[in-house]
Design a protein around this ligand. Structure first.
Ligand SMILES: CC(C)(COP(=O)(O)OP(=O)(O)OC[C@H]1O[C@@H](n2cnc3c(N)ncnc32)[C@H](O)[C@@H]1OP(=O)(O)O)[C@@H](O)C(=O)NCCC(=O)NCCS
Length: 411
C-alpha cells in the first residue's frame, strides 16, 4: 500500500473522482472553485495509490485552538475520503495516521476534526468533543430591541473579508481558527443557495460582523453556517437583522453561538416549540457531538493550562492507539507512555514516574477530553477509557473544570 504526498498535476482529477464518488461534489469537471483551491490551501495532503491512481485522499490544514486565554497550534484533519474501489484496505486509517504524525512533527500541540461518525478516528487517538446545540427558531420571536442598519450583501467572492472577520471574531474556550483564507473560500463556494449579510465597521473598512448561510425557500428555513462578531453591540445588530427577516422567513437555524444561550433572547420558546413540533418550520434544538480532538504534545498542552486549583498531581499511564496505524519505522509513534502530571495554576507534564503519587490510566482520546473539559474525570471513568482511584478522580473533578469548548468554525 503506497501513501504519498498529493501532487495537483498528477492527482487533482483522481481526487475529484473520489469526491464525486463520496457524493461531495456533483461533477468531476467542476469549475475549480472547490476541490482545487481546497487542496492548494492544504498544509499537508496525502493520497493512497492503488494501481497507479489516487484512490484515497486526506487533507490537513494548520490553525489554532484556544484553551481559555491561551492559544495552541492545532492541526485540522479537514477531509478524509476513499473512492468506491479502495474501501476497507486501511487506506483512510493509515493516511490519517500519517497526516496526524506529520502535524505532531511540525509542532502542532493538538489535532482536531469533524467526524463522519464516532469510532473511526478513535483508532488514531481522537476523543469526542462537546455536544453542539443546533437551534431553530422563528426569527420574529427574537426579543431584541436593538436597531440595525442596512447591511452589505456578501458572496463567496468576499471570502477574504469573511475569513478576516472569522479570524478576528470574539473567541471562547475551544474556539478554532485557520489562517489560510483559501480553506474558507472553498467552504463558501460549497454552500448551495448562499446568502450573506454583514457590516464593514473596521478602522479601515474591514468586515467586523456578519452572517452567511443558505436560504432554502421563500419562507426558509434559513441556515446560518458562518457568523462572527467582536462586541455584544455587533451581535445585537446581527440578531436585529435576523429578526427583520421574520416578516417573511418562518425559521432560522444555526449552531448555538459560542458560550451564549440564544433561548434567553426568544419569546415563549416552549410555547413555540410545542405548538409547532413536527413541521418544516419547527422551533427547538438538537444536540450532537460531531467534532473530535486529540493531544499531540502533552507537555505543550499542559504548559498552556492554568486552572484555579487546588493542585492535583498524579502519574499518568497514557496509551495511544495511533502507533498501530503507523509504519514500524515511523519517527513519531504517538504520545503513549508514563508521565508525571500536575493540574493547577501552573500545570505541567513531564516524562517519568513518582512512586509517591496515585496513577491515572487513560487513552489519549479520553485524556484529551478531560484536559479540554469535555466531561469531568469521574464521568469519563464511566463512559470512556480512563481509570483511577476515587480520590484522584474527585480531585480532578474539582480542579479540571474549564468552560464548555466550542470550535465556532465549521471544519
Ligand atoms: C470513511 C472512509 C474515508 C473510510 O475509508 P476506508 O479507506 O474504507 O477506511 P479504512 O479501510 O481505513 O477503515 C475501514 C475500517 O474502519 C471501520 N469503521 C468505519 N466506520 C467506523 C466507525 N464509525 N467506528 C468504528 N470503526 C469504523 C470499518 O468497519 C472498517 O473496518 P473493517 O475493515 O474491519 O471492516 C470512506 O468510507 C469514505 O470515503 N466515506 C465517505 C466520505 C466521508 O464521510 N469521509 C469522512 C469525512 S469526516
Amino acid at each position: 500500500m503506497d501513501i504519498r504526498d498529493y501532487r495537483a498535476s498528477k492527482d487533482l482529477r483522481a481526487v475529484r473522482r473520489i469526491w464525486k464518488e463520496c457524493g461531495w461534489i456533483k461533477n468531476i469537471e467542476e469549475d475549480g472553485t472547490f476541490v482545487e483551491p481546497f487542496f492548494e490551501a492544504a498544509d499537508d495532503a496525502l493520497v493512497g495509490i492503488l494501481d497507479g491512481e489516487a484512490e484515497c485522499a486526506v487533507h490537513g490544514a494548520n490553525g489554532d485552538i484556544t484553551y481559555q486565554d491561551e492559544c495552541l497550534p492545532m492541526g485540522g484533519v479537514m477531509a478524509v475520503t476513499t473512492s468506491r474501489v479502495a474501501r476497507k484496505r486501511r487506506f483512510a486509517a493509515r493516511a490519517t495516521a500519517e497526516l496526524v504524525a506529520r502535524q505532531a512533527i511540525s509542532g502542532m500541540a493538538v489535532s482536531a476534526l469533524g467526524m463522519f461518525d464516532q469510532g473511526f478516528y478513535n483508532q488514531v487517538g481522537f476523543g469526542t468533543g462537546s455536544y453542539e446545540q443546533h437551534i431553530r427558531f422563528d426569527p420574529a420571536t427574537l426579543t431584541i430591541d436593538s436597531d440595525f442598519r442596512p447591511p452589505r450583501r456578501l458572496e463567496a467572492k468576499d471570502f477574504a473579508a469573511v475569513h478576516a472577520a472569522m479570524c478576528h471574531r470574539r473567541r471562547t474556550h475551544g474556539s478554532v481558527s485557520f489562517p489560510n483564507a483559501d480553506i474558507l473560500k472553498a467552504e463558501l463556494n460549497w454552500i448551495e443557495e448562499p446568502f450573506g449579510l454583514g457590516y464593514f465597521d473596521g478602522p479601515n473598512g474591514e468586515l467586523t460582523h456578519f452572517i452567511f448561510g443558505t436560504a432554502k425557500a421563500e419562507h426558509g428555513p434559513y441556515e446560518i453556517t458562518w457568523q462572527a462578531w467582536q462586541t455584544p453591540t455587533q451581535l445585537f445588530e446581527l440578531l436585529a437583522l435576523i429578526r427583520s427577516l421574520g416578516d417573511q422567513v418562518y425559521s432560522v437555524s444555526m449552531l448555538e453561538i459560542g458560550d451564549l444561550q440564544i433561548q434567553d433572547l426568544l419569546r415563549q420558546p416552549i410555547r413555540n416549540r410545542l405548538s409547532n413540533e413536527k413541521g418544516e418550520y419547527r422551533s427547538g434544538s438538537d444536540s450532537l457531538a460531531y467534532w473530535q480532538i486529540r493531544m499531540l504534545d502533552l507537555p505543550h498542552c499542559l504548559g498552556k493550562t492554568s486552572l484555579p486549583g487546588p493542585d492535583v498531581r498524579f502519574n499518568l499511564t497514557l496509551t495511544d492507539p495511533i502507533e498501530a496505524q503507523l509504519p514500524p519505522n515511523a519517527s513519531w509513534k504517538g504520545i503513549g507512555g508514563e508521565y508525571v502530571v500536575r493540574f493547577g495554576e501552573q500545570s505541567s507534564a513531564e516524562s517519568g514516574r513518582d512512586s509517591s503519587l496515585p496513577t491515572l490510566s487513560a487513552s489519549v482520546g479520553a485524556f484529551s477530553r478531560l484536559w479540554l473539559g469535555i466531561r469531568p474525570a469521574s464521568s469519563l471513568a464511566i463512559t470512556d477509557d480512563l481509570q483511577g482511584e476515587e480520590s484522584l478522580l474527585n480531585g480532578l473533578d474539582r480542579t479540571v473544570r474549564p468552560p464548555r469548548a466550542h470550535p465556532g468554525w465549521d471544519f
